[in-house]
Design a protein around this ligand. Structure first.
Ligand code: TRP
Length: 326
């Protein structure tokens, strides 16, 4: 039997190269060796203010982005979290085993509650418990994520352990699998690449758009003039080279930056080309399927159907152990 993989991304709309390099590329590499389930986590997305009228379009775009990036629905399962109500149900059972104090010290909760300080909801505090329910509902063995999710996975194992201690062995403790590009810095050189910070390159952008965005992107701030030598090790643009540019070219860019032989503009041109090359097949697939509503609907419906059957089985087991089954 293949080991089971579970992971998810919030439906932020179009995916960016941070999602792709940080998570999805890693997912694709697991598809044939594992039983993979990939979720679009809309219930997580509503824990901060959002526009309800945009949600379905965001879900559609995310699904198209998964498939275009190589998450082939013929070889894995793709579904929308809210199509399987058992996620919310298992969250409630887990709420009765996890101390509040564990949730209050989650760094993502602390960051987000500072950002949305006017309305810190129960949903925001409970976010990691819902994530644990996502994973444990399917008894996943491996969870490929970016490094910012490591703490949530730690908590998932805590919840599994606590539940098992209280009600008898039920859940395996899933392993965190952090990819090699676990944190992709945004074009501002400051924060993780994200849709909301508008410091991203989308997987669908054309070579022209990529060139334009890169031309105004932050570089090593100490390199003010063309004749200054730069430090690739601290430059966010060079970090992107390490992800997209072939080895030999990558080394000559680094050496050129240090010796001031290669200016930031030349360096960015090389990068724009490397990114465009990698994204070309993704962009083409995206264009081909983006308006195929029937295809996306049928992929998500089939995914939900398979997941619901598995989820109901786990819920039945959990209710039985908790004394909730007549
Ligand atoms: N919290 C994750 C993120 O922001 C998304 C997520 C939700 C997830 N549920 C999950 C990731 C389950 C892995 C497994 O990236």
């Amino acid at each position: 039997m293949k080991k089971r993989v579970f992971s998810g991304i919030q439906p932020t709309g179009i995916l960016h190269i941070g999602n792709y390099m940080g998570a999805i590329k890693n997912w694709v590499s697991l598809i044939d060796s594992h039983d993979c389930i990939f979720c679009i986590v809309d219930l997580h997305a509503i824990t901060v203010p959002y526009e309800p009228g945009d949600m379905q379009a965001r879900i559609h775009d995310t699904a198209v982005g998964y498939i275009a990036s190589g998450v082939d629905p013929a070889r894995c399962t793709i579904f929308v979290q809210s199509d399987v109500p058992e996620h919310a149900e298992l969250t409630w059972y887990f709420n009765t085993v996890i101390p509040v104090a564990y949730l209050e010290r989650m760094t993502q909760f602390k960051d987000k509650s500072a950002q949305f300080h006017e309305n810190i909801t129960m949903g925001l505090l409970d976010y990691p418990v819902l994530q644990a329910a996502d994973i444990l509902l399917y008894k996943a063995d491996v969870v490929p994520v970016g490094e910012d999710q490591a703490q949530h996975l730690e908590l998932t194992r805590d919840i599994a352990r606590k539940f098992n201690n209280m009600y008898g062995s039920t859940f395996p403790e899933p392993r965190t699998l952090i990819g090699s590009a676990a944190r992709v810095v945004g074009l501002d050189g400051q924060a993780k690449m994200s849709k909301t910070l508008n410091n991203y390159i989308a997987i669908t952008e054309t070579p022209e758009e990529i060139g334009k965005k890169l031309s105004v992107a932050m570089t090593d701030p100490a390199r003010k003039r063309r004749s200054d030598s730069g430090n690739p090790d601290i430059c966010n643009i060079y970090m992107l080279h390490t992800l997209f540019t072939p080895g030999g070219q990558q080394r000559s860019v680094a050496a050129g930056c240090r010796s001031a032989g290669v200016g930031c503009l030349d360096c960015k041109k090389i990068l724009a080309e490397a990114i465009s090359t990698e994204l070309k097949p993704i962009r083409e697939r995206y264009e081909k399927i983006k308006n195929d509503r029937d295809l996306i609907r049928s992929v998500l419906d089939q995914g939900a159907q398979r997941c619901r059957a598995m989820a109901q089985e786990t819920i039945r087991e959990v209710k039985g152990k908790m004394g909730l089954l007549r």
